[in-house]
Design a protein around this ligand. Sequence first.
Ligand code: ATP
Ligand code: MG
Length: 575
Amino acid sequence: MRYSSYFIPTKKEVPADAEIISHQLMIRAGMIRKLTSGIYTYLPVGLKSIRKVENIVREEMNRAGAIEVLMPAVQPAELWQESGRWEYYGRELLRFKDRHDRDACMGPTHEEVITDLVRKEIHSYKQMPINLYQIQTKFRDEIRPRFGIMRGREFIMKDAYSFDVDEAGANRSYEAMYEAYERIFQRCGLKFRAVEADSGTIGGSYSHEFMVLADSGEDQIVNCAACSYAANLERAEVKEDANVTPPDSSEFMDMERVETPDQRTIDEVTRFLNVTSQNLVKTLIYVIDEEPVAVLVRGDHELNEAKLKNALNAQSVEMASERTVEETTGAPMGFAGPVGLKIKVLADDAVKTMANFVVGGNEKDLHLKNVNLERDFKVAVFGDLRTIAQGDPCPRCGGAMSFGRGIEVGHVFKLGVKYSEAMKALFLNEQGKELPMIMGCYGIGIGRTVAAAIEQNHDENGIVFPIPVAPFEVSILPLQMHNDDVVKAAVKIYEGLMKNGIDALLDDRDERAGVKFNDADLLGIPVRITVGSRGLKNGEVEVKLRPEAESFTVPLDKAATAIQDTVKKLYDSLK
Ligand code: ATP
Ligand code: MG
């Protein structure tokens, strides 16, 4: 591409509404422009990066045996009513009516549409397994669109859906996608980790998220250095330290009532009573499937609502209202405790090892000291109900866990029969028996992957693209546009590269050298060739790799081949 006849509107100023570096750089490098909240136009260089990621994804999907289709963006409400999601998907689903007053929505994901297609076309085990995918625009009316195309409302996703005859087959399909994802993100040059995750609204039983490691990531992840355990922080299992044993009742002291006027929060109570939060038990009142229950966690621990929901196999988990708290405990908020409570009491496993602790007294301005399990109250169910914290051991091997942040670029789910049962996607097995298909679904955010690559690879001068995601592989900068020899040499290299399939940008603008250098750096083009009158006198041009400070020279007549080698090496390093 010749820069002078192309469209790369770069900017010097940092856009005021761009919080994270990838968003700032994508605007500054002329990759994207905002139309309205969460909705962007991809400008030529942005689109080129997007297409490069799409091609890697497409190659790996095809290699893994998935077959490409393209489904509609607009979906009829009936399908969503059949799956049950019309009711509970919430406001992220953009709904509207057509001219005939029929309800419809913009597809945020395509389980319904693909299940409808497959149930109509596939009826026998002989036609399975099958995995269909598309690369398509999704719409989600995100509550807080931000970070540019990282969390947009309209965005490009690759979504694949597998249909198998049995559990073993479904596991194989899942594995194949998991491995394809590893190859995709490896080929994109990203540092990433697959972590165990929760299944969220899409439902299903099992999933992994592919996280690009970056401090600005919205997701918190934990991983063990000793074994391979890695999980989303929300989902990470907690196994209490086996060396800490339950207390002996001989250590129990007499329970005491202590007045704590207006002391409600953990901070207030610990300071007032001069105890640590590890010595206090929080009593949280919840309404679970309409029944009030009390949940106990150690003062310094965080209750995890997803775990609570799973532990009770509950449909709904909500914090109790102030009124319910008063009705069930007899005291205003801030003074709930398990002693004498009439409702069911659940407790996190860590509470088992505590002795002589502080709890609320179920009376205004009252707490109890030296409270002990069994002697003073009973717990109906113990379990892993809290979120993992710094210092907790690895649930698999007991090793030390490290905490970090990540950007979720891909997600693989085992869906099971959730959609095939609800929507009757049935097939006849070898014995002629009718069964629901076993499904999996697998998404990758294409735009988010480009943004994540920038988030992980940039410096003070701009983007430092891994070559597979870069809009151009090579930039050629003729420094003096009025010197014929310089221009001729640059064009010769450019044409030589293009002929050999190297994606090059010839900066033929009549601009100062500084402007060209700055733009090449901002765009993050991995290999830069500078053609200047001084070098040409020695028959040389200069080559510089974007992440490196030093450049090297190559003879003009060997430039095209030398650069081809350099480009190949950059790709090979990511295999
Ligand atoms: P998140 O937790 O970030 O909202 P999600 O769990 O809702 O993601 P999935 O439904 O699993 O996402 O979608 C598959 C992939 O689509 C995600 O892994 C992510 O890469 C991408 N994606 C999801 N929401 C957005 C968005 N609003 N903008 C850009 N990409 C997105
Ligand atoms: Mg989401």
